[in-house]
Write a protein that binds this ligand. Structure first.
Ligand code: PMP
Length: 433
């Protein structure tokens, strides 16, 4: 008989997961793993939360599936209302989908539709070098990762890429650190101008660069300057908050750190804490009004899913009632400080960075020159494997701002992580390194 799981594991014989609680996961052999990666920076409220499971079961029992073009429901409407209290988007309109890539696809189409509705044929979207926005064609097109894009050439041809704020290896060393953000906004403006007037529909970026860049926090002058350039050129700002949303960086959304009010926002991962495949594309009131008047031709079979909404609502309420966003800020500060204390002097630890419970550690061959390791040495993979041997799960985040080099691990434990667990994570990471 044949019939196998299409394995996503690279090493032979991945362990079979059995159960998980809080920050801890267990395999069928009874081995315990401290989940400092939240899976893939997904799990916020912790594993095994009965309240979330009960809300899902109750909704599935009432109505599991109702097509979004036929029905709305109380759970969908309540979820949108409660989301509006925390989203950094003006008069937000929420389009629930099944994950981050779908959310990005939806936002890209919304940006295109918005301009068309206003009589402008803007089709170019600017992303950033090194960024990751998802694995579907449109999302990968605006991503700046050559290694992921190369196998699927040719591309759709509508994406351009500008630089990413990356303090450790600033792309504009002359203006670094003061004015570096403004210099990057200038570079963005030069690109918008060179593409041509009325051509650029949107700029997409993570407020704090996550997966591909290991928690790069931009300088404080970056987002205000970038938002101003975009507004001036009629370019919509899409904040990709798939990784940074729902408390991950110690604020509800990464945008909140700089008062950014994006026109479109995407979320996923922490929105459902991994209990259900949920993504959100959020449009501001003005964008929604323009595209809904013109008729927005879009939708997936599982968009506006009832159980997805019930899961998201239960997770949102846990985050609020347990003050997990504040906890993320506090435990994140502890995590970064303890890593610096324990590994800060290590000859191959170049940088420790991040916000809240999104912390990146960058490894280098030489601390002085900041020279990366040769990729053939597979340093990140070896650190991740050594950590796993010790029962610690960390997330591999190779590929620095130039999109091809660099060794990084990312830590993003569930926001319910305790102070003692943070210390244990750092002890195990130190041994692994
Ligand atoms: N955007 C960002 C910033 C992400 O980190 C990811 C996933 N790592 C995605 C989009 C794609 O999300 P998904 O894997 O749920 O499709």
């Amino acid at each position: 008989m044949s019939g196998h799981v299409f394995s996503r594991a690279t090493a032979a014989g991945p362990p079979r997961v059995s159960h998980a609680r809080g920050v801890q996961m267990f395999d069928e052999e009874g081995r315990r793993y401290l989940d400092a990666a939240g899976g893939a920076i997904v799990v916020g409220v912790g594993h095994g939360r009965g309240e979330v499971v009960a809300a899902m079961a109750e909704q599935a029992g009432a109505v599991a599936y109702a097509h979004g073009s036929v029905f709305t429901s109380e759970v969908l409407e309540t979820y949108a209302l409660e989301l509006a209290e925390v989203l950094p988007v003006d008069d937000p309109r929420v389009y629930p989908v099944s994950g981050g890539s779908e959310a990005v696809e939806t936002a890209l189409k919304m940006a295109r539709a918005y301009h068309l509705a206003r009589g402008e044929d803007r089709s170019v979207v600017i992303g950033r070098v090194g960024a990751y926005h998802g694995n579907s064609r449109g999302a990968l097109d605006v991503s700046g990762r050559p290694s992921l894009r190369r196998p699927y050439e040719p591309w759709l041809g509508h994406a351009r890429h500008t630089s990413t704020p990356y303090e450790y290896r600033c792309p504009f060393p002359d203006s670094h650190p003061v004015g570096c953000g403004a210099r990057q906004a200038e570079a963005l403006e030069e690109l918008i101008t060179s593409v041509g007037p009325g051509q650029v529909a949107a700029f997409i970026a993570e407020p704090v660069a996550g997966a591909a860049l290991g928690a790069c926090v931009p300088p404080d002058d970056y987002w205000p300057a970038v938002a101003e350039v975009c507004r001036r050129h009629g370019v919509l700002v899409i904040a990709d908050e798939v990784m940074t949303g729902f408390g991950r960086t110690g604020a509800w959304f990464g945008s909140d750190h700089w008062g950014l009010r994006p026109d479109l926002l995407t979320a996923g991962k922490g929105a459902s804490s991994g209990y259900w495949p949920l993504g959100l594309a959020v449009a501001s009131g003005p964008v929604h009004e323009a595209i809904s008047t013109a008729g927005f031709v879009h939708g997936f079979t599982h968009s506006h899913h009832q159980v997805g909404a019930a899961t998201g609502l239960a997770v949102l309420r846990r985050l609020r009632e347990e003050r997990l966003v504040e906890a993320s800020a506090d435990r994140g500060a502890q995590l970064a400080a303890e890593i610096v204390r324990s590994l800060g002097a290590h000859p191959n630890v170049g940088d420790v960075r991040g916000r809240g419970l999104l912390v990146g550690v960058e490894f280098v061959a030489d601390r002085e020159s900041r020279e990366p390791f040769d990729r053939s040495l597979r340093v990140t993979e070896r650190v991740v494997a050594a950590a796993r041997e010790l029962g610690l799960l960390v997330y591999s985040s190779t590929g620095c701002a130039d999109g091809s080099r660099g060794d990084l691990v990312l830590l993003g434990p569930p926001l319910v992580v305790t102070s003692e667990e943070v210390t244990e994570i750092v002890d195990l990471l130190t041994r692994a390194v």
